[in-house]
Design a binder for this molecule. Structure first.
Ligand SMILES: Cc1cc2nc3c(=O)[nH]c(=O)nc-3n(C[C@H](O)[C@H](O)[C@H](O)COP(=O)(O)OP(=O)(O)OC[C@H]3O[C@@H](n4cnc5c(N)ncnc54)[C@H](O)[C@@H]3O)c2cc1C
Length: 232
């Protein structure tokens, strides 16, 4: 195990919705050693029939004082989701801290545009929380969240009164989300020089939205933080 590798211990789990499960862990020294930043994610290692699979998950409610955090699993058929559904207190899982970084843009953006889905809600909430603490606090958020399960829109998104969140059902392999977002992000609504864009949805949808921002609107890449969180 290297300096960035940790063994987490499951302490319990909690159903947020039938398709969104929170797993609580002891951090094995991770938070003290690595620090915390908004949208912080780790690589979890899952064993499936002797083969190791790595999957990214976002820290929820990290607390260095107690050495604990949680992770929210958007459920589907995959090794990570299956592991979460059966994780028992006392169970260990290996994690690596590598590749995660984020700093809020300075000066504070005029508006923050966000695109995501349940897999990126933990990161979006950490962004919203951080916004209250830094100068970006004044920037309203406009967010589009794609969903596949009826209960998804009940998942907490920690918005302020100035924010707007629109839930879009996943249709036509994500094309419905891409059309809605790209139709709303135009030269009339966006300030290319002053706005910030955070995009973390399915990989091909993420690519299409970033292409629209860069090619159609001419947004500088430094004003965009985008990563495909999962792929079909
Ligand atoms: C930086 C980062 C942070 C992330 N943080 C989180 C997080 O906090 N919570 C979270 O739930 N996910 C998060 N994800 C997404 C997660 O890593 C992927 O969804 C991962 O593929 C799940 O692995 P799996 O083994 O369960 O499914 P896989 O074996 O990868 O896929 C199995 C099947 O499920 C489908 N699938 C996979 N993920 C999803 C999904 N999210 N929605 C619908 N269908 C899916 C695939 O298309 C495939 O058909 C994050 C991803 C990144 C890059």
């Amino acid at each position: 195990m290297g300096a960035k590798d940790f063994t987490l211990e499951v302490t319990g789990s909690e159903e947020i919705t039938p398709d969104f499960l929170r797993v609580h862990v002891r951090d094995g020294g991770l938070l003290e050693r690595s620090g915390i930043h908004p949208t912080m994610w780790i690589r979890l290692w899952f064993n499936d029939s002797g083969k190791a699979h790595q999957r990214a998950y976002t820290l929820v409610n990290p607390d260095p004082a107690t050495g604990t955090f949680s992770m929210d699993f958007a459920m589907h058929h995959g090794v990570a989701a299956h592991w979460a559904s059966s994780a028992q207190p006392g169970e260990a899982i290996d994690a690596t801290v590598q590749g995660s970084s984020f700093t809020f843009p300075e000066p504070a953006p005029r508006r923050i545009w966000v695109v995501g889905d349940p897999a990126s809600i933990p990161a979006i909430n950490s962004l919203l929380d951080e916004r209250q603490r830094v100068a970006a606090g004044a920037a309203p958020v406009t967010a589009w969240l794609e969903y596949q399960h009826d209960a998804d829109p009940s998942i907490e998104v920690r918005t302020a009164d100035s924010d707007v969140v629109t839930w879009i059902p996943r249709k036509r392999d994500g094309a419905a989300l891409v059309e809605e977002v790209c139709g709303a992000l135009t030269a009339n609504t966006v300030s290319v020089a002053d706005d910030f864009f955070w995009v973390a949805s399915e990989a091909s949808s993420t690519r299409a939205i970033v292409k629209h921002l860069r090619k159609e609107l001419g947004v500088d890449k430094h004003r965009i933080d985008a990563l495909g969180y999962w792929r079909v």
